[in-house]
Design a protein around this ligand. Structure first.
Ligand code: NAP
Length: 313
């Protein structure tokens, strides 16, 4: 199947292009980007022109930042194309509901992807937790924003989510592996005085069986990076680390540590089956938790953020 990729930036080049190239299901037939291109692939700078001229391309995958994504997605759906969305599926929940309704009305597949859910050890963690009684779950997601988001001004603007841009990946795993739904009860958002979005956040959640559930996200972590979820149950402790690539139960590693390179091939495989068999998937639970953290969050102003650290400027 022919697919077009829109927003040729970091994640498109790092993950989407190789995943499509290696897939038996897909052919990258065109790109839409104001600056980016992919060697050997027809390039458009405007989605409308692609939709009007390449009627043979039935599927569009959107890798733009969240704020511009809605206009692109709605335009593609209105032109009768199936749509795949990078995470988060939009800048607001209302936008995502509107896209879902439009896709349903037109009988098109809309797939709001959560790549971290497809990390190797997530299914095993979900299976292990399915019949356990949870006492506590702690998310620790600490990374260096300068290392992972160089030059990305949009993450600090309204709708850019700040530290929730990686944090929502953790929440996409938590909502996948926990049998019960959680919701936010308290949050603290640390916002640099020159930014619109948080650089760190601490969140507390309600769990229906009274387990203590909390998350710490921090973008100021230099050196070793931490993407970890620890679930303490009455029958043992599960630790999912490296963003879902490693799993241990009571300190004993379960299976081989796997790289995260399987995530995007799995997303494209799933999109292929949606297009071939009909249907789609829009799970807004991770985004609801983030929206609620912004609604309930107590703001604390912290030191300004500069891409080049103060001591080296
Ligand atoms: P990026 O490189 O900053 O942006 C992707 C591309 O989107 C840009 O190259 C730009 O291409 C286009 N774009 C940016 N602003 C735009 C605007 N206002 N209107 C139209 N197009 C615009 O970002 P990214 O890191 O690839 O992230 C994109 C999405 O993928 C985000 O939602 C992010 O959460 C998600 N994601 C990122 C990563 C990662 O490691 N970076 C991992 C997983 C998921 P042109 O200027 O050429 O149009």
């Amino acid at each position: 199947m022919k697919i077009a990729l829109a927003g040729i930036g970091k994640i498109a080049l790092d993950q989407h292009v190789p995943a499509i190239a290696d897939s038996p299901d897909w052919e990258l037939a065109a790109t839409v980007s104001r600056h980016g291109t992919v060697d050997g692939v027809e390039a458009f700078t405007d989605l409308g022109t692609l939709l009007a001229t390449r009627t043979d391309i039935r599927v569009v995958s959107l890798c733009l930042p969240p704020v511009p994504r809605f206009e692109y997605a709605m335009q593609a759906l209105r032109a009768g194309r199936h749509v795949m969305l990078e995470k988060p599926p939009g800048a607001t929940l209302a936008e995502c509901h509107a896209l879902e309704a439009a896709a349903l009305a037109a009988n098109l597949s809309l797939y709001a992807t959560w790549h971290s859910r497809h990390a190797d050890m997530v299914p095993a963690a979900k299976a292990w937790l399915a019949d356990k009684r949870l006492r506590s779950l702690t998310v620790t997601w600490k990374e260096d924003v300068r290392r992972w988001h160089p030059g990305q001004a949009w993450i600090w603007e309204p709708g850019g989510l700040g530290v929730f841009d990686p944090g929502i990946n953790a929440l996409s795993i938590v909502t996948e592996i926990l049998p019960a739904d959680i919701h936010v009860t308290q949050a603290q958002l640390e916002v640099p005085e020159n930014c619109q979005t948080p650089i760190a956040a601490q969140i507390a959640f309600h769990h229906p069986e009274g387990a203590r559930v909390s998350a710490v996200f921090d973008w100021r972590q230099e050196g070793a990076q931490t993407w970890e979820i620890e679930a303490v149950t009455e029958s043992g402790t599960l630790r999912l680390s490296d963003g879902g690539a490693r799993l241990s139960i009571d300190g004993k590693a379960s299976g081989e540590a796997a790289p995260l390179s399987g995530e995007y091939p799995r997303l494209y495989h799933r999109m292929a089956s949606f297009v071939q068999q009909g249907g789609g998937e829009v799970d807004l639970r991770p985004m609801t938790l983030v929206a609620d953290a912004f609604t309930l969050g107590r703001r604390k102003t912290v030191a300004p953020f500069h891409e080049v650290p103060d001591d080296t400027r």
